[in-house]
Design a protein around this ligand. Structure first.
Ligand SMILES: NC(=O)c1ccc[n+]([C@@H]2O[C@H](COP(=O)([O-])OP(=O)(O)OC[C@H]3O[C@@H](n4cnc5c(N)ncnc54)[C@H](OP(=O)(O)O)[C@@H]3O)[C@@H](O)[C@H]2O)c1
Length: 406
């Protein structure tokens, strides 16, 4: 099949997976924000009837493509400049799409948090993406945009004010309200089952530099027990998304060359508070996280849990999304003088996993399609390819803000 050049593509953006829980929210946001403008976009999936109900009489084109049907994927990716996908678990349904985008020079963004799968994709298709010019960008949702763009924001500020990058940035989740969808639960289970089938993957999961090609910095394994952090005068609990976000930020450190420096360190956690209540809170979160992991890892208890978690297509109600939010504090440590340390707050005005995530991935796709992104093909992170664009777009359109507080 001959390749259609990027300039001759029919659409700027196609949303594949529009009938799913997050895909519907992304479609509605795209329509509300860009539906009437000079953007050409379409929705896609495997089920015409479901997609028609998402279209809901609006003037949106519908396309059909199935994850196992390579021909349908090749046709799909050649119709658009950017393919936004919410079809997950990505481990199960995502690989052939990445291969097609990399081959045909189609920019790509997704919501995966499946770090083992990302490693697999980078190793398998980076060369192909470099050759075709496709910019492939994983983790364009709550994992890992607030982390990755928050760090990028602080490093830019540190360099602008003090002429050096921070040597260590700490991410501390202050508060968040939201729920979980069936697709997210399914993706977590898919990763657990993948490791169960191939135990050699365990060491990859704990590798702090899993997503790096050559860069190895000073970070060690993820902390799994609570600790007291003088910088925040608070106890800190492990954050369940940390093992994903930290890998993405460390890949950014490599892809951004010298910007973060060669000894850059990064870690994540949840703030409780100081004193005994803070210690008890952090211990409780640590124990609950460990217990949840152990329960998922053991097949008999996993079977029971599956009965109680949401099913694919289900997730928090519209009211829960609207009443949801998140607030993260980041501290950037100056390499020599703590009086020059900087702090920032990252906030979102919807629940992190769906309301905010849907807006973040649409803005990522729009940045790739419409903004002047001067990066060549390959596997990028949000910060390393569209960092500056997202720092403009997210506060302007998506209710996600980055603010220096000291
Ligand atoms: N990074 C983050 O912060 C974040 C946030 C939210 C979600 N996510 C991830 O996003 C993914 C989607 O989550 P969700 O809750 O929206 O899931 P969902 O409701 O189950 O939606 C999955 C979508 O994939 C489609 N699909 C399933 N199998 C397919 C196949 N073989 N071919 C083509 N399409 C297929 C489904 O189509 P049908 O409707 O026809 O079944 C549906 O449109 C998950 O991997 C989740 O972990 C990440």
């Amino acid at each position: 099949m001959s390749k259609t050049s990027r300039e001759n593509r029919e659409f700027d953006v196609i949303i594949w997976g529009a009938s799913g829980f997050t895909g519907r929210i992304a479609t509605n946001y795209m329509h509300a924000q860009y539906g009437e403008g000079n953007i050409s976009w379409a929705i896609a999936g495997r089920n015409q009837a479901k997609l028609d109900s998402v279209r809901n009489q609006r003037d949106i084109e519908v396309l059909i493509a199935e994850s196992d049907d390579e021909e349908s994927l090749r046709e799909l990716v050649q119709k658009t400049k950017v393919l936004l996908t919410t079809v997950g678990p990505y481990t199960k349904y995502g690989s052939k799409l990445v291969a097609a985008c990399a081959e045909y020079g189609t920019d790509y963004c997704d919501l995966t948090g499946e770090s083992l799968w990302m490693r697999e994709m980078i190793s398998a298709y980076d060369e192909s993406a470099r050759n075709s010019g496709a910019r492939i960008v994983h983790t364009c949702g709550f994992d890992s945009i607030p982390s990755d763009i928050g760090v990028y924001f602080l490093q830019k500020e540190m360099i602008a004010r003090h002429g050096v990058p921070a040597r260590h940035i700490k991410f501390r989740l202050r508060t968040a309200k939201g729920g979980m969808s069936g697709g997210t639960a399914d993706s977590g289970l898919a990763m657990v089952e993948k490791v169960e089938k191939d135990k050699s993957l365990r060491s990859q999961l704990t590798d702090p530099y899993l997503l790096n090609d050559n860069f190895r910095g000073a970070d060690g394994p993820d902390r799994i027990s609570p600790f007291y952090d003088e910088d925040f005068e608070s106890w800190v609990a492990p954050f369940v998304m940390g093992p994903i976000n930290t890998r993405v930020v460390r890949r950014s450190a490599e892809l951004l060359g010298d910007m973060y420096g060669s000894n850059f360190r990064y870690d994540e956690g949840i703030l409780t508070r100081g004193g005994p209540t803070g210690f008890l809170g952090a211990t409780g979160i640590g124990l609950a996280t460990g217990l949840a992991m152990a329960t998922l890892a053991a097949p008999p208890t996993r079977k029971i849990i599956k009965r109680f978690i949401p099913k694919p297509g289900e997730g928090p109600s519209e009211q829960e999304q609207e009443q949801g939010f998140f607030e993260i504090e980041l501290k950037a440590k100056h390499p020599d003088d703590e009086a020059l340390d900087l702090r920032a707050i990252v906030k979102g005005d919807r629940d992190p996993g769906y309301g905010s995530t849907a807006k973040m991935i649409v803005e990522s796709a729009m940045a790739l399609a419409h903004d002047d992104v001067k990066k060549s093909g390959g596997f990028w992170t949000p910060a390393s390819v569209i960092g500056d664009k997202l720092l403009q777009r997210l506060p302007l359109h998506a209710g996600v803000t980055f603010e220096l507080i000291g």
